[in-house]
Design a protein around this ligand. Structure first.
Ligand code: UDX
Length: 483
């Protein structure tokens, strides 16, 4: 059967699956055939907490398929080890034969796969697969983390050559990195991707992440979840090495705007791609709060804090006397005992001015008029969602790209404050009041200007809108050639 057909394969984490699903929906809105591959455990979570069945039912050309969880295989990686590092490593090692089986068992009812959009962090997976099978498939890498981190990942080997890496220890953390093109003298050692730190957590090394990033050079094109106006300087550097880059972001907003314009996707429903049970009770609480009075606090899907850090944040929030909505994921705090006593002043302060949920409808929360700031771990999806909503941020990065993102929030986009590597109740209190009161106008002005640029980029004639048209054209051109 003639036509284009895209197979999409994200790394199995919410922060990766979610923007890829948004892209899949955008492609399906353009009537492209898309097969989206999830691992069993991701598919189960999306079935349980998201709307994956309704999503599938709404688009006749969007198909879902599943493969086994790669961390359950033995060999080089520990079987059953579900740490983030092992999930990524085991997927790069074991997914290829599973994807091959899917490619070999294609239905004659729909066009054969002409293009693979693979999560870039998985390296050479699809290139190897296509050459093994000897079939012409266009390979596109989608890096779901930030471009301002993709670029350092790519450039890191050069920092060893100029002796700017390795980082020599704690006393070295404020040293400025001068030889990063497009980011000269911007990053300190502490702002580099977390894998650069001595004794970095997890089992992914700088060398490994950097090598995976270099593998994207062999792909036919690269997709980034950003917009030109946000990352102009970084993109011009990336394009010196990657000639075909599509900037389609912010993807969640891009999709919302397209769906608002079209009547084709049923009633423009926004489908949840959640991995946790959403508690909407916070929306009624927000409705009762004054405009711009609430700080939203959320650390994303996998950040963990110690009991001591929890107490510093909690005291700082209560002492700031500002209202707050806090996402307290059940697995957020390590070392917490059931009989841990919560100090009375925290109980009281929270009852008076706070609200806690285990998981919030974050996009909606950030768009609510009561929200005046966001204390975030600087995950790339959260950062983009905050930028789109025009909400200033306090950043407390945890790992990977978050260290770079938070530097850009404070020093490049100037839409917030970076609290990196500090967890102290007095600092929390001061930053909350700076963001929400003393420097509110300054941050709000730049955040709203950025939100306007984000909106323009996905509107007709905007940079991300045009880039999406180009991508569709590119994908369709291969559909024609192959049939
Ligand atoms: C991490 C990285 O930091 C990210 O940049 C990388 O690309 C993937 O891994 P994560 O912890 O998942 O990401 O954070 P983030 O990228 O911000 O994604 C979290 C998502 O969960 C956001 O889309 C956010 O809206 C959603 N969320 C979070 C909710 O819907 N409700 C909540 O209560 C909290």
């Amino acid at each position: 059967m003639a036509g284009a057909h895209v197979l999409m394969f994200p790394c199995p984490f919410q922060g990766h699956v979610q923007p890829m699903l948004k892209l899949a929906e955008l492609l399906a809105l353009h009537h492209l055939h898309v097969t989206f591959i999830n691992t069993h455990s991701i598919h189960n979570r999306l079935t349980r907490y998201g709307d994956i069945q309704s999503l599938s039912a709404s688009y006749p050309t969007l198909h879902f398929n599943t493969i086994a969880d790669c961390y359950s295989f033995g060999n080089n990686t520990g079987s059953g080890d579900t740490t983030a590092g092992n999930i990524i490593l085991s997927t790069t090692l074991h997914a290829k034969p599973l994807l091959r089986n899917i490619l070999l068992a294609q239905s004659p009812e729909i066009p054969k796969v002409t293009c693979i959009i693979q999560d870039g962090i998985l390296g050479s997976l699809s290139n190897d697969l296509a050459s093994e099978l000897g079939i012409p498939i266009t390979i596109i890498h989608f890096r779901t983390s930030s471009p301002c981190c993709f670029w350092p990942y790519f450039w890191l080997p050069n920092l060893f050559k100029t002796n700017e890496l390795p980082i020599r220890g704690d006393e070295d953390m404020d040293r400025i990195i001068s030889n990063m093109p497009g980011m000269e003298n911007l990053l300190r050692c502490r702002d580099l991707p977390s894998f650069c730190r001595p004794g970095a957590k997890g089992n992914l090394s700088i060398d490994w992440v950097s090598l995976q990033t270099q593998q994207s050079l062999a792909a036919d094109a690269l997709i980034l979840n950003t917009f030109e106006e946000l990352d102009r300087l970084v993109l011009s550097q990336i394009r010196l090495h990657f000639p075909k880059v599509y900037t389609l972001g912010p993807l969640h907003h891009h999709l919302n705007v397209r769906k608002a314009e079209t009547n084709e996707a049923n009633d423009n429903t926004s489908f949840r791609s959640s991995f946790f049970e959403v508690d909407r009770s916070c929306m009624a609480w927000l409705d009762a709060q004054a405009k711009g009075s609430v700080l939203y606090v959320s650390f994303g899907t996998s950040t963990i804090v110690t009991r001591e850090e929890l107490m510093e944040f909690w005291h700082g929030l209560v002492n700031s006397k500002r209202r707050f909505l806090w996402v307290m994921r059940p697995d957020l705090v390590v070392g917490r005992e059931n009989d841990d006593r919560i100090p009375e002043e925290l109980e009281e302060g929270t009852k008076e001015r706070g609200f806690m949920v285990e998981w919030a409808p974050q996009e909606e929360v950030l768009a609510h008029k009561a929200i005046g700031g966001f204390l975030t771990h600087s995950g790339w999806n959260s950062t983009l969602e905050s930028l789109v909503a025009g909400v200033p941020m306090i950043c407390w990065p945890y790992f990977a790209d978050q260290q770079v993102n938070s530097r850009f929030v404070s020093e490049v986009w100037k839409v917030g404050l970076d609290m990196k590597d500090v967890c102290d109740r007095d600092v929390v209190e001061k930053m909350v009041n700076d963001l929400m009161v003393h420097r509110r106008d300054e941050f709000l002005k730049s955040a709203q200007a950025m939100a306007m640029l984000a909106n323009q980029s996905v509107s007709p004639g905007g940079s991300s809108h045009s880039s999406m048209q180009d991508l569709i054209h590119y994908i369709k051109s291969f559909g024609k050639e192959n049939n």
